[in-house]
Design a protein around this ligand. Structure first.
Ligand SMILES: *Cc1c(COP(=O)(O)O)cnc(C)c1O
Length: 412
């Protein structure tokens, strides 16, 4: 997009950075599994007058006057979210994924209560009680892991911990686990001890909305949480979908428990993104994200690159880069960036290296699929990644990346 001339006049530094970021997106390939390119219509709502107003409260229960259109917008977003995730209730106000999960913990638990969640090096997320997160100090997180070459979740361990530690909440979900989850198995174990079931599907919310992956609510889960800016392709935000019995506690926890005025320009964008998700085009997109990830994984494997769990069943893959020159994810991330291939360093299960220089690199297909790339481009990307891994100068690869990127303009 062209920089806004008024902004350029008022604040040339910010206008330049904005323009630079547009160019960066166009000329590189976003392979970060948690990122995407949103819709022009979402940019419109995000950059609109809806940013001006306070709308504390919920539709027809607000604190300030002048809410007619905010009530319409939020009611539409809630109804669409409920339909999309087949949920009895939805809250669309969380400002992002982290406050969304905090609202769930504080709304349903007391400080000190135990939560059973996935080990971070095995794919779990920071907000699932990482020692560095405040939540890790307030709640007692107990962790289950994966096992074996296929990285199956160790349900024997999940059951053992559930009975030993009596968690009030069983949490599943991940940001770096390339496998589909067995929600029914989690639910069975949680039912044995009477725990609340929460699935944080932040990474795969869009793929569930597009019917390409299983919906935990269909398996009896109590709550689903998801960011709205990853595979769902909306504005940055969070969404909680749940059974009616939790509705009041969740709403009170989000506001006034944790947040003040909702970001209604985001809520409008969420409504638009979910409307888009309810189309045959989006279902095709979701299937293509998965197919692209499988083809990228197969092509990398054919080049001899070791993959955590041996492949992928969703939109992401984790490469074990220990055998390559540089040998750590941070070095490989930098070399790939120099070639225009944007990804992130990643811990692998029981990583012997520190988080700053881990043994893995994570790749994902949501953003390149949004640009219209398909199987041939995935084989091409795999070949380009492998040339960098095999220690070719990134500069030798970067022009080919630019050429490929330019053939698939970013849609907005
Ligand atoms: C991305 C993510 C979050 C946090 O979302 P933010 O918007 O970055 O705060 C929470 N949980 C999981 C599983 C995620 O992948």
């Amino acid at each position: 997009m062209k920089p806004n001339p008024k902004l350029a006049e008022l604040d040339p530094e910010i206008a330049n950075a904005l323009d630079g970021e547009s160019r960066r997106q166009e000329s590189t390939l976003t392979l970060i599994a948690s990122e995407n390119h949103t819709y022009r219509e979402v940019l419109e709502t995000s950059g609109s007058v809806l940013t001006d107003k306070y709308a504390e409260g919920y539709p027809s229960r607000r604190y300030y006057a002048g809410q007619r259109f905010y009530d319409e917008i939020e009611t539409l977003a809630i109804e669409r979210a409920r339909k999309c995730f087949r949920a009895e209730h939805a809250n669309v106000q969380p400002l992002s994924g982290s406050p969304m999960n905090q609202a769930v913990y504080f709304g349903l638990l007391e400080p000190g209560d135990t939560i059973l969640a996935m080990d971070l090096t095995h794919g779990g997320h920071l907000t699932h009680g990482a020692p560095a997160s405040h939540m890790g100090r307030i709640f007692n997180f107990v962790r289950y892991r994966t096992r074996g070459n296929r990285g199956d979740i160790d349900f024997d361990e999940v059951r053992k911990l559930a009975h030993q530690e009596s968690p009030k909440m069983v949490l599943c979900g991940h940001s770096s686990y390339p496998r589909e989850l067995d929600y029914a198995a989690f639910k069975r174990i949680a039912d044995e001890i009477g725990a609340i079931t929460v699935a944080d599907v932040s990474h795969i919310g869009g793929l569930i909305a597009g019917n390409a992956l299983e919906n935990p609510l269909d398996h009896g889960f109590d709550l689903l949480t998801t960011t709205t800016h990853k595979t769902l392709r909306g504005p940055r935000g969070g969404l909680i979908a749940c059974k009616n019995e939790f509705a009041q506690k969740i709403d009170k926890s989000v506001f006034p428990g944790l947040q003040g005025g909702p970001h209604m320009h985001q809520v409008a964008g969420i409504a638009v993104a979910i409307r888009k998700a309810d189309t045959p085009e989006f279902r095709r997109y979701s299937e293509q994200v998965l197919l692209n990830a499988r083809v990228l994984a197969e092509s990398l494997k054919a080049h001899g690159v070791p993959l955590i769990t041996g492949g992928t069943e969703n939109h992401l893959l984790v490469l074990d880069v220990a055998q390559y020159v540089g040998a750590d994810g941070a070095t490989i991330q930098d070399r790939l960036e120099a070639a225009g291939l944007i990804c992130n360093k990643q811990l692998i299960p029981d990583d012997s290296r520190p988080a700053g220089r881990p043994s893995g690199v994570r790749l994902g297909t949501p953003a390149v699929t949004t640009r219209g790339m398909r199987e041939p481009e995935m084989r091409r990307i795999a070949a380009l990644v492998c040339r960098v891994l095999d220690n070719q100068a990134p500069q030798a690869v970067s022009q080919e990346v630019v050429d490929l990127a330019r053939r698939f303009p970013v849609v907005h």
